[in-house]
Design a binder for this molecule. Sequence first.
Ligand SMILES: Nc1nc2c(ncn2[C@@H]2O[C@H](COP(=O)(O)OP(=O)(O)OP(=O)(O)O)[C@@H](O)[C@H]2O)c(=O)[nH]1
Ligand SMILES: [Mg+2]
Length: 335
Amino acid sequence: MRAVFIDYVEIKAAAGNGGAGCMSFRREKFVAKGGPDGGDGGRGGDIVAVTDPNLSTLLDYRYRRHYRAENGRPGEGSLKTGKSSSDMVLRLPVGTIVIDRETGAMIADLDDPDAREIIARGGTGGRGNAYFKSPTNQAPREAQPGQAGEKRKLALELKLLADVGLVGQPNAGKSTILATFSAARPKIADYPFTTLVPNLGIVRLREFKSCVMADIPGLIEGAAAGKGLGHQFLKHIQRTRLLVYIIDVNEPDVLRTLGVLQQELADFDHTLLDRPSFVVITKIDTITQRDLKKLSNNFGGGYLWLSAVTGMGAEKFLLEVERQLDQQRIERTPG
Ligand SMILES: Nc1nc2c(ncn2[C@@H]2O[C@H](COP(=O)(O)OP(=O)(O)OP(=O)(O)O)[C@@H](O)[C@H]2O)c(=O)[nH]1
Ligand SMILES: [Mg+2]
């Protein structure tokens, strides 16, 4: 997908330092000179990025820029190891990438809902003097400091996720719909497989209300088996909230076409069929009013009818997109 980012923040992450090793000697009654008994220091906490499917923006990270995990505790006498510190967890929306600002390297791509990655590693604890005891050195006066935790300047970027995915056979008119309703300018042509990579556009539904629509390559029967462009590009609509099936009114068998599209989606990821969806029959300007009436009588009220060229049906199309997206917001609001 073209890299479009809606959300970008810079933060600093400092993992915990390791605790120092301890230098200590046993002191017991009647033992003049005890052996070394300094324990090792504990580990400093890591900074860990995990995905949280309930988040959709990086807003929280605009308000707090510094993240610091706790240091490990120092070792103690009597061979007591210092307590390791717990990790600091940063919850991030699915689709966030984490970049090291100093090297430019991507250090985490949090693409799935249960991703978990260490983005700054805590230091290990230092060795206590007990560790250095040897036959030649029975009373080592050596103990290590803890290792420093990693300190990193990071950038968090959230990839733009589409709300709505347009699914249809090649040449059905998907890119034309995106071009009609958004400022995106995808390539449009009267031959199949014009669109090779997904295009995104922002569609204005009404004042202060918009959604992101993805136009993807055409899908044909057998795509799951590699026909046409295959179906790998369907991963770009896996995170969309609403699917819109686009079918050319000139298709001889609309129901069969819809069945083929759904079968190909199911072969890729069967949960896609549980996704809210509706069907748009497009290019209705290319048939006579009388044929259109006949067809719409046949199908009842189940489908929307659209011409991206004349604008016929445009208002209903946008209203339905808005209604379905709103519906999900209501369902997702707890209580
Ligand atoms: N008359 C008319 N032509 C349309 C309409 N929508 C699309 N077309 C034409 O249909 C052809 C295919 O349109 P595209 O938008 O490129 O189709 P697509 O579904 O994106 O095709 P692929 O990218 O190949 O999957 C183009 O020649 C468009 O001009 C419409 O509503 N009315
Ligand atoms: Mg196209």
